[in-house]
Design a protein. Structure first.
Lengths: 443, 443
């Protein structure tokens, strides 16, 4: 069946029906549609959009393009957290075990990084021995036993999304609300959690640069999830500067471990508590947001979340060491300090620039085939806006390649050049969208 | 070099520069760009358009993607005629030899039909023995000797257009002004005539349904041609009903021969005279439009145009017979008359419907790989709007396949059902665009 009539209909601004959308996704999945028609169709959707009904149909077709997991036999409610991607975003590593110890099962499917956005799988694989390829049976056993597992998306879940995303990535069709919604929710519906908290990143280090556009995407995500009877909250969080003080796979695991141990940067801790509390609330494990936040904070402070993370790592073959020995994470071969050329205030660095610096350093991928250096990364020593003295250490750049470490340190020194005045730091949670509507601020 | 930055720039509405457009066309020609990026880019151009400068750059790049013919050593001026495609459009067969006997060389490159639009090569190949594959040297010799040759576009002329057109055809990106302009003029610039008359078909049997859209395309064609110092006139002609009384390859050759012999339907003759006269005027072979029309009419009436057509057919290996013996064209195995079910006025049939009926009959192609039946076609017996009696023969359907002839005759009977009142016939020439601007009517 040719896609041409559907391309022409959408091109002229007409809504597509279920038959047309199903035929499209089937042709994507079974390979019968050629790439060139799919990409022309994706660009048409970019320009013409899709209404709510079309978006729901596309999401359903993507979800049902492969296996669909069912967790209804678990003794606990299920929830998941999804981030639209940022720099220094290690929240999944904290949030999943944190929600798990508080009675919510988190069947989390994670991805790898591409471009300046990191991926949870890459971070976890900095832990020696840790495996992220679990078959469905092992995944189910571990979620049942520990409430949490970190696995890569298997080939048979939402296979249509894999081909569509690969084409979108190279044809300039990433930034389309219906395509983003059907990609995110199609995968989540296949993975099967009953409720979903979305961490929608906003700012120069996110693919949504401003809150207005992010709000429209958030509404589309929530409304589409509602059509599948999945409660969904969106937390709009700032991604102008990197999240926390560590960027890079190994360094981010270390920072996540510090937060799980009740320490670590306030921003990472606060946002982890916020996301875990919302998961508890949506899943019905806590009816009160304040109580949920308090429970999450307590589980970080009393060591339960860290212990659960350790059990999950053990179950997946990973080996963690003592905190004093850098948790047993591989040590970088090269380190280079970045110091302040003059006294002043540390600027909040552009997350996008820092992210690309980390990619150049070897922490991320330019192309899907690239490998990553688990030791490569940047650790900031001070918070944005703080007053620093000339010569003071502002950050450390690490990695296995001396020349790359040197180059990245030079680039970072330019980014971190102290300024005469402190810049005001924006709040980390910009807004939220839940069953009470959209509200600005972290309320 | 990736096309992605150009896709993104155009997607955001920015104009592309010469380097980006050259790189695109080079990547299309040498095969280094993948189909899926080209088709996403074409759809982006469909939605965002191109300004005049971009259109000129794209046209130049397409023209220069292969060999460029140069006719400056001929002792006569060169001109060409291009039709945007219609049903029953056999004008090239008349106009090329007609202009040639009046002192203008016509190095005409023709195409094959696809969909309901016929192709000059298919029509000519209904003549037994006629070859349309001439190499550049033979093409040059024949144009020099006879002022006219009918050849298919060789592989090495504007090769970028071949790949682009094939992709546009299957991705819903045909109807884009800059893509149409660069395709038509890119090929014409490569073929080398110094001036160009465009027969821009308007109506339900053309890809331009209304005059407003056609006018915009006509202006873009004329302005782009001007940037290459090529005089270009556009004649906007009606394509609501088929042109003339014959549709189908063999039947259209017979009708063209009748017009070349000074007979045939008035519409085909008048439009042939109009187009040939404009070619003479643009090429400088006649400074006065009225004189040019008179010269063209005379060359049809005194047999010179027919004689020249015969010489061209001879030179290309074709064999024509006596008019009384159907010019030696292959006879259809099956014929079926369509008669009037009741008295009334013959309606002007929808050219699109008649065109698809002819395709079903075997006269045209649904896909580029399909073959055609040279004998398949429809010959109308009366003019649109004429009063007919019940049982009177309105048309004959012909072809090699009895079942198809039968089906087409049934479809045609529905289309030709007489009406109580005559419909007013629109003028054949709707408007023209030349150095004096745009004017309605055939002036």
């Amino acid at each position: 069946m040719s896609l041409l009539p559907s391309i022409l209909a959408k091109r002229e601004g007409r809504a597509l029906d279920e038959t047309q959308i199903r035929a499209f996704v089937t042709g994507v999945t079974d390979g019968s549609l050629p790439d060139y028609q799919i990409s022309a169709f994706l660009m048409t959707i970019f320009f013409r959009g899709m209404d709510r009904g079309e978006t729901v149909m596309l999401t359903r077709a993507v979800a049902e393009s492969g296996a669909v997991l069912d967790w209804s036999d678990l003794d606990r409610p299920t929830a998941d957290k999804h981030s639209t991607g940022g720099v220094g975003d290690k929240l999944s590593l904290v949030v999943a075990p944190l929600a798990a110890v508080l009675g919510v099962a988190v069947p989390m499917l994670s991805g790898r990084g591409l471009g300046f956005t990191g991926g949870t799988l890459d971070k976890l694989e900095a832990i020696p021995g840790l495996r992220t390829r679990l078959d469905h049976a092992a995944f189910r056993r571990q979620v049942s036993a520990l409430g949490c597992a970190f696995v890569g998306q298997s080939e048979d879940l939402a296979p249509a999304d894999r081909r569509l995303y690969a084409l979108r990535d190279v044809t300039g069709t990433i930034e389309s609300t219906p395509l983003i919604v059907s990609s995110i929710l199609g995968k989540k519906l296949a993975a099967g959690p009953r409720s979903l908290v979305i961490d929608l990143k906003v700012g120069r280090g996110a693919f949504m640069p401003d809150l207005a556009a992010a709000k429209a995407l958030g509404r589309a995500l929530r409304e589409t999830a509602a059509a599948f009877d999945r409660p969904c909250s969106v937390i709009f969080s700032a991604m102008d500067a990197p999240l926390g003080r560590a960027v890079g796979n190994g360094p981010e695991v270390a920072e996540a471990l510090a937060v799980l141990a009740g320490r670590g940067p306030a921003g990472v801790r606060d946002l982890s508590v916020e996301l875990a509390a919302e998961m508890l609330r949506l899943a019905g494990a806590s009816s009160d947001r304040e109580a949920a936040r308090a429970a999450a904070a307590a589980a970080l402070d009393d060591g339960r979340a860290l212990a659960r993370f350790g059990e999950v790592v053990d179950a997946q073959g990973g080996r963690l060491g003592e905190p004093a020995a850098g948790w047993g994470l591989p040590a970088p071969a090269h380190r280079r300090a970045v110091t302040a050329a003059a006294a002043g205030h540390l600027p909040a660095p552009d997350a996008g620039r820092v992210g690309w610096l980390a990619v150049e350093l070897g922490a991320g991928r330019r192309m899907a085939e690239d490998g990553v250096d688990p030791t490569a990364g940047i650790v900031f020593r001070r918070d944005w806006g703080e007053r620093v003295a000339a010569g003071e250490e502002l950050a450390v750049v690490e990695g296995c390649d001396a020349a790359r470490v040197e180059r990245a340190a030079e680039g970072l020194a330019r980014i971190l050049a102290p300024r005469p005045e402190p810049e005001p730091a924006p709040p980390l949670v910009l807004a939220r969208l839940d069953e009470h509507g959209f509200r600005l601020g972290p309320v």
